[in-house]
Design a protein around this ligand. Structure first.
Ligand code: SF4
Length: 380
């Protein structure tokens, strides 16, 4: 089974914290974009013939700015090119503005069966700071429309914002829990190079909570959501058991996925090789390439066994379930002791950042909180 990711690279405005491949354009020729996405799908169907699709994810950018006609055309073409699993999960990311939630029924008619809303905060001051185009009341209203329209919905929150305390976050989380369905994504605010927040933060325009407060906010998130029946299954993702995002699990379990659209990445097993696919990031470069040569990226490149091992660890240790020995053998043909240097693993286990047993290797909650540091000791 494979997963299919479709990237829609446009947003109404650029949020100051965002380093995604998202762009603002005064206008776009949607029919041209639709035709290019369909052609890109055909290219990937040629590489993956005979595989079935278990999930489709429209991400961005803001895919809820696409018309339902484009979403429907992509889904129709995907169903014509690949067999779809009967319970295929089809997610669309959406911003919780009234305009976009007004189109949820059309998206559902087009085939979408799950939405993920970029709520980000339930306080108006925080939403203004994050440069969002909605206020808290609009977000709550959009969540209600999502609940009425889709069997499955999720929303995102951002914590560790300036001035946030554990007490204020607990209140906001409780409100979020009362609005939640089966799934919540809760991300820590980080300052990424190239965003509008990077120079503002460097100038001291705002101050993030210190490390201890960040750790306390993370631990509060884990405990509060777990108590509400939404335990973490990944660093930032929480779900009722069985309601995890199947699409994202494919990435974290290092499965195969097609990435179509500007900047999208894919990982595919082609014969004996595991390859990476990368699409051109700049929207117009991608569009031009698809129209000229039928797809918008470089040729797939084979990953070395070492690259595969590193990627599998980087993805798998994000998950609470970690990496099973069986998966490692299936993916890399190795057992854990051969894949990793036991001299690097042991101190991380001893320090309480990793767990290793006869079934799996996993990061503990403390390990997941500082996963980059753990990974650099493990494989750096
Ligand atoms: S709406 Fe989402 S993708 Fe677009 S700029 Fe904001 S955070 Fe980035």
């Amino acid at each position: 089974m494979i997963a299919l990711y479709i990237h829609w690279p446009f947003c109404k405005s650029k949020c100051p914290y965002c380093d995604f491949n998202s762009h603002v354009r005064a206008s776009i020729d949607e029919a041209r974009w639709r035709a290019a996405l369909l052609r890109d799908l055909e290219y990937y169907a040629g590489l993956t013939r005979g595989r079935a699709i278990g999930s489709i994810f429209f991400g961005g950018g803001t895919p809820s700015l696409m018309s339902a006609k484009t979403v429907g055309a992509v889904l129709e073409r995907a169903a014509a090119l690949w067999p779809l699993e009967p319970d295929v999960e089809i997610t669309l990311e959406a911003n919780p503005t009234s305009v976009e939630s007004g189109r949820f029924r059309e998206f559902r008619s087009a085939g979408v069966n799950r939405v993920s809303l970029g709520v980000q905060a339930l306080e108006d001051d925080a939403l203004r700071f994050l440069g969002r185009g909605h206020d808290a009341a609009e977000a709550v209203a959009a969540l209600e429309v999502a609940r009425r329209t889709f069997a499955r919905f999720s929303f995102d929150l951002i914590y560790a914002r300036p001035g946030q305390t554990v007490a204020s976050w607990e209140q906001e989380l409780d409100r979020a829990i009362s609005l939640a369905g089966e799934h919540l994504s809760v991300y820590q605010l980080t300052i990424e190079a190239g965003t509008a927040f990077a120079p503002a933060h460097a100038r001291g325009d705002f101050i993030l909570p210190d490390e201890d407060t960040q750790a306390a906010l993370y631990e509060t998130t884990l405990a509060r959501l777990e108590a509400a029946g939404l335990p973490a299954y990944e660093i930032s993702n929480h779900a009722r058991p069985g309601a995890e995002c199947r699409h994202n699990l494919v990435y974290w379990r290092y499965g195969d996925y097609v990435g179509a659209g500007p900047g999208a990445h894919g990982r595919l097993t082609l014969g004996a090789a595991r390859v990476a696919t990368r699409q051109y990031r700049a929207p117009e470069t991608w569009l031009d390439a698809v129209e000229r040569v039928g797809h918008g990226g470089e040729e797939p490149t084979a990953l070395t066994p070492r690259e595969q091992r590193d990627e599998l660890l980087m993805m798998g240790l994000r998950l609470v379930e970690g990496i099973s020995r069986a998966r490692l053998r299936e993916r890399l043909g190795l057992d854990l002791e051969t894949a990793l240097d036991p001299g690097r693993v042991a101190p991380l286990v001893e320090a309480g950042f990793l767990e290793l047993d006869e079934k799996h290797l996993a990061a503990t909650a403390a390990g997941r909180q500082r996963l980059n540091a753990v990974l650099s000791r493990l494989i750096g």
